[in-house]
Design a binder for this molecule. Sequence first.
Ligand code: B12
Ligand code: SF4
Ligand code: SF4
Length: 387
Amino acid sequence: MTTLPAAFAADAMALTRQVKALAKSCGFHLAGVTSADDFVETERVIAERVQAGLLDGLPWYSESRARRGCKPRILLPQAQSIISLGLSYNVPSPPVPEDGVMRGRISRYAWGRDYHKVFEQKVKAFTKLLADTGARQTKFYVDYGPMPDRAVAQRAGLGWFGKNTNLLTTGLGSWLFLAEVLTDLSLVPDRPLKKNCGKCTACIPACPTNAIIAPYVVDNRRCISYHTIENRGPIPREMRPLMGDWVFGCDICQDVCPVNEQAKATGDGAFTPKDAEAASPDLIAILALSEAEFESRFRGSAVRRAKRAGLQRNACVALGNLRDTRAIPALTHALHEGESLVRGHAAWALGRIGGDAAMKALRQAVKGEDDSWVCEEIAFALREAKA
Ligand code: B12
Ligand code: SF4
Ligand code: SF4
């Protein structure tokens, strides 16, 4: 009788090792296990942040959805274990062409194929293999699920919370996508790592918009990543000058992180940019994209999420921040031809560049403009250009 638990534990350990080996064979860089117990502390933290408005702007991110995501057995009643999976996207950076073209920046995670698709393919292959080990029930989430991916990964020992809120890992840094598989298999949980950021605070002052309002707390409404990807409306005027040349996402709080200096550039090949444009796009060319051209250029890429008007809005802001008079003709064209969202931001960019040509374009545009918000942007831009 007394040998049974030991035998059971040995079996569970062997199964856990087998499951992790299967995850590696499917191309995942990291795999860890945690129990299917509730994420009590995470639920508390998330509810507090939602109530404080720190996740405002994300209509799909509700408190009730997040609370559900912290209770794995609501998602899969038979769940015994959660397998946390990490996939590195740290591929070598393409050199920025030195051709004098006005370029924006796309964050590293979106240089190659859309990670949701890459992850889904790999996770599906993995869950098939899990079934062969005896799993009868599995359910997986890739980013867009209700589960708190970082908290799952932290508890499964993949890494630790950075003060920029990203999950940091030894060897791969924070350049890592996360997903999880809930399963009825009884696996041996990993222990959370005992690591932390120590005295480092580099990411906090490096954030140009002060979005990291305290260690481990990001205010979504101030984050460039939110504004360039998720925000479907105008970018608040006070944020625009702080956004630099980012047109999709932002990597600053990860670029300055010393843990990332040690990160191996061995990310999945699917994330390799096909050319320099995929990381540093020509901003004028973005402004000129038709809907069909946008679709064909960004098919299979995460950048599609911003939609054409959102990306062109972002290109206007980046051009305004570059303050290069060569952008005036393209911005003037956008001021007449674009959707109202783009017209308003083109006006702002012209006001920021300033000078006679920009003023002339703004004065002419106001005559034919019938959208009150765009008129307001033009009036503001004219005041800026004069100043
Ligand atoms: C909403 C969201 C966003 C929002 C809000 C970001 C945020 N920090 O909350 C926006 C649009 C701004 C965003 C941006 C980005 N995101 Co995002 N995003 C998410 C999403 C969908 C939910 C995150 C969430 O629940 N936030 C709520 C807050 C409360 O949780 P949290 O910030 O993670 O905080 C945790 C810790 O800080 C910790 N904590 C809190 N207090 C304390 C106190 C102490 C002392 C300690 C130790 C810990 C601690 O507990 C919290 C809960 O786990 C997840 C996917 C998912 N389903 O989980 C992806 C996810 C977090 N994003 C991801 C990525 C890659 C990004 C970007 C890097 C993309 C980019 N380059 O532009 C940026 C990074 C910006 C940043 N500094 O966070 C990855 C992160 C991978 C990683 N290694 O961490 C995820 C996991 C997607 C994925 N499946 O791979 N994102
Ligand atoms: S992603 Fe950019 S804007 Fe957002 S917290 Fe990090 S540095 Fe700040
Ligand atoms: S920059 Fe420093 S404080 Fe910020 S996440 Fe990295 S190690 Fe932590």
